[in-house]
Write a protein that binds this ligand. Structure first.
Ligand code: ZN
Length: 439
């Protein structure tokens, strides 16, 4: 008999959702060097492997770590400071004035809290866009999660970047810093077509091509944005990118709530990706994106939470459920955006939005990013359909294990990389700081 194969970690559980949404009972996953090296029956993997660490979860459902396709992580600090307002008023009168006062220490703390919330609810990778992204990068590096960092810009001159060159220098420097990092990549991140001029959009896209990184933007988020774009350019937002020659496979378009059939065709043809952010779109009354129509047209759609201030959670289980529910109401069709579609979007669809298609599935050769839900919780019983339960029954707080790049980040109530007591104390200090700024 052959000697057992050495590996770093062998996880077994009563059930797993593996590549293609297939359910496997009595499942095992073998991890070595940060990657999945084998997936199959627990019994045979236990027999054939000699792991350094072995975890038997028992009544649990193993699934790929969820992927958050759109967020602004340090905004965790701003959740609850201005709710129940429309998008432009919310941004201009409430969010931007406080954001302008955030220090590097506060941005780092906000990012750490965001990492903690995502790890706690089974998310292992996210696509970020914010200011001073080195602070988010530090939090990602420390927490063990995986991310794309996007240094955001609002056209020039701006308080952050007097000229475009200043911004490009920061983006190049970030890309250089994380060039060899296993879990961190970068993206070029113009804010939106109503805050960045067309020639600057084109210039930024050329930079993304030169660095060979993703290019992301908020696009067609609301009918008001479309009206503004038509007034300024005589084109709708998607048409504008197309006319500039920058709508391509490199693009991840956040929201796409207000898009026509023609624009969906342009997105599909270009191979651009779309992130769907149902909670944020509902909360800001922006509308509901035509997700089923985009999927039918062959568009690669992922799911994101957007920032904490417009959600107010970073919980991809809730987002998965909302995506399925909103899709049905929008089309007045109960078969639209099925649980399986929603699960696929929150995993492999979002992975494509991150331009990191290896993520989002439990399969041999993929990065070892996964999570497990306890099947002992009453809302998870009986386990008639694992994919349905992920989309509709789970809340995210059944997560009992989160692993990223083969490393355990959370298990049974304990974070392995983050000091939650310290984070709680610092969050209390921030609460007082924000209160003093608002009086
Ligand atoms: Zn956003």
């Amino acid at each position: 008999m052959a000697a057992p194969s050495e590996c770093d970690l062998l996880i077994t559980a009563d059930m797993a959702i593996i590549h293609g949404g297939v359910t496997l009972e009595n499942a095992g996953v073998v991890i070595r060097g940060g990657h999945i090296t084998s997936v199959g029956s627990a019994e045979s993997l236990v027999r054939s492997h000699a792991p350094e660490k072995r975890i038997d979860l028992g009544p649990a459902l193993l699934l790929p770590g969820l992927v958050n396709a759109h967020t602004h992580l340090p905004m965790t600090l701003l959740k609850g400071i201005a709710d129940d307002l429309p998008l432009l008023e919310w941004l201009r009168d409430h969010i931007w004035p406080v954001e302008g006062q955030l220090t590097p220490e506060l941005l780092h703390l906000g990012a750490l809290l965001g990492c903690a919330e995502m790890i706690r609810t089974g998310t292992t990778a996210f696509l970020n866009g914010y200011i001073s992204e080195e602070n988010t990068g530090k939090a990602v590096d420390e927490s063990g999660i995986r991310a794309i960092l996007g240094e955001g810009f609002f056209g020039f001159p701006s308080p952050m970047f007097p000229t475009a060159q200043d911004c490009w220098d920061v983006i190049r420097s970030l890309e250089h810093t994380y060039d060899d990092h296993e879990r961190i990549r970068t993206a070029v991140t113009p804010h939106a077509v109503f805050t960045v001029k067309p020639d600057e959009l084109a210039e930024s896209h050329a930079l993304a091509e030169e660095l060979d990184v993703a290019w992301q933007i908020h696009l067609a988020e609301s009918p008001e944005e479309t009206a503004d774009c038509l007034t300024k350019t005589a084109k709708r937002p998607v048409e504008l990118l197309h006319s500039l020659g920058i709508l391509d496979h490199r693009c991840t378009l956040h929201h796409c709530v207000d898009v026509t059939h023609h624009e969906i065709g342009l997105i599909a043809e270009a191979g651009a990706k779309v992130s769907h952010n149902p909670a944020s779109n509902l909360k800001l009354a922006s509308g509901i994106a035509p997700v089923q129509a985009m999927l039918d047209a062959g568009v690669s759609v992922g799911i994101g939470t957007d920032g904490s201030a417009s959600n107010n959670q970073l919980n991809m289980f809730r987002e998965m459920g909302l995506a399925a529910l909103c899709g049905k109401v929008r089309d007045r069709d109960a078969s639209a955006v099925s649980a399986a579609s929603s699960f696929a979007m929150a995993t492999e669809g979002s992975a494509r939005c991150l331009h990191w298609p290896e993520l989002g599935a439990i399969e041999t050769g993929r990065p070892a990013d996964l999570c497990a839900l306890s099947l002992s919780e009453p809302n998870m019983l009986p386990m008639n359909d694992p994919v349905s339960h992920c989309a509709y029954a789970a809340t995210g707080h059944e997560v009992m294990l989160t692993v990223c790049a083969g490393k355990i980040l959370y298990r049974d109530g304990r974070f392995t990389t983050l000091d939650m007591d310290a984070l709680r104390r610092e969050a209390e200090a921030v609460r007082r700081w924000i209160l003093s700024r608002r009086k």
